[in-house]
Design a binder for this molecule. Structure first.
Ligand code: CP
Ligand code: NVA
Length: 306
């Protein structure tokens, strides 16, 4: 049976811990200069993008190369997923050529449909609903810095978007207490919150960023306007006034709190430049860990074992 990685909830906590351990191992090896190009030798990953990307594209492509495989970039203009050809036919065709598919899409149902019809593993490289690869790299980063996950408090400030939804799922899986401060019109997905709570997770939805940040171990934020919502940018800028992560908000959290952002950042909106460059910030460690976390995922899904 092929496995997919569409949502963290599809994987057990044990399996996710195995991924984190493997990611940490691959990272240590890579830093020590150990060659890893036997792990996915001759394997090909198709990367479908309906939206722009820096980190996802580069980290998957470099990751495949380091593991001895190859990645194919298929941009919005290349295949016109669902327009030139149905999602089903794209999945069936690609499955005859490649060993795995990573897709960044608008509607979450598109990546689900790809997974349903593909006979090779499908990885969600961000949908309007979820960003599981980001959350995986983020828990790796938090674990590296704090040496534990269970019992930590993560405060998300801003939009209850795809990144927030995946962090809620990650929190449920790893026993992290999740708090979000957001306007009532921009709460995280209600079904995901309910699923996380049903798993025993603590998910608090607040309005006041200061209340959320109080004594937190992690302060996390993301853009106010996600890809595909550009027409709402002005309205959102007004709605999210007061939801900026700055040095004063960080001072509410524990002194050694981590400041996190999945990037790209809009400095002066959801985070100030000073906050993003403060001693608490680990934003570029997060970006680097996309590579290591996804290499573990690729090894696990596409074949070889480390
Ligand atoms: N964080 C993230 O997914 O970045 P990109 O949009 O650049 O891939
Ligand atoms: N929430 C953002 C994340 C970008 C990596 C978006 O969807 O645009």
């Amino acid at each position: 049976m092929k496995r997919d990685f569409l949502s963290l909830l599809d994987w057990s906590t044990e399996e996710l811990w195995e991924l984190l351990e493997l990611a940490a191992h691959l990272k240590r090896e890579a830093r020590a200069g150990v060659r890893q190009d036997h792990l996915l030798r001759g394997k090909t990953l198709a990367m479908i993008f309906q939206k722009p990307s820096l980190r996802t594209r580069v980290s998957f492509e470099v990751g495949m190369r380091q593991l001895g495989g190859h990645a194919l970039y298929l941009g919005p203009e290349d295949i016109k997923l669902g327009q030139r050809e149905t999602v089903e036919d794209v999945a069936l065709n690609l499955s005859r050529y490649v060993d795995g598919i990573m897709a960044r899409v608008f509607g979450h149902e598109v990546v689900e449909e790809l997974a349903r019809f593909a006979t090779v593993p499908v990885i969600n490289g961000l949908s309007d609903l979820l960003h599981p690869c980001q959350a995986l790299a983020d828990v790796l980063t938090i674990w590296e810095k704090k040496r534990r996950l269970e019992g930590l408090t993560l405060a998300f400030i801003g939009d209850g978007n795809n990144v927030a939804n995946s962090l809620i799922e990650a929190s449920a899986k790893f026993g992290i207490r999740f708090r979000i401060a957001c306007p009532e019109t921009h709460e995280p997905n209600a079904r995901i919150v309910a699923e996380a709570r049903a798993l025993g997770a603590e998910v608090e939805i607040l309005r006041d960023p200061k209340e959320a940040a109080k004594d937190a171990d992690v302060i996390y934020t993301d853009v106010w306007t996600s890809m595909g919502q550009e027409a709402e940018a002005e309205v959102r800028r007004r709605k999210f006034q007061g939801y900026t992560v700055d040095l004063s908000l960080i001072s509410q959290a524990k002194p050694d709190a981590l400041v996190m952002h999945c990037l790209p950042a809009h400095y002066g909106e959801e985070i100030t430049y000073e906050a993003a460059r403060s001693k608490n910030s680990v934003i570029f460690d997060q970006a680097e860990n996309r590579l290591h976390a996804q290499k573990a995922l690729l090894v696990r899904l596409l074949g070889g074992r480390a």
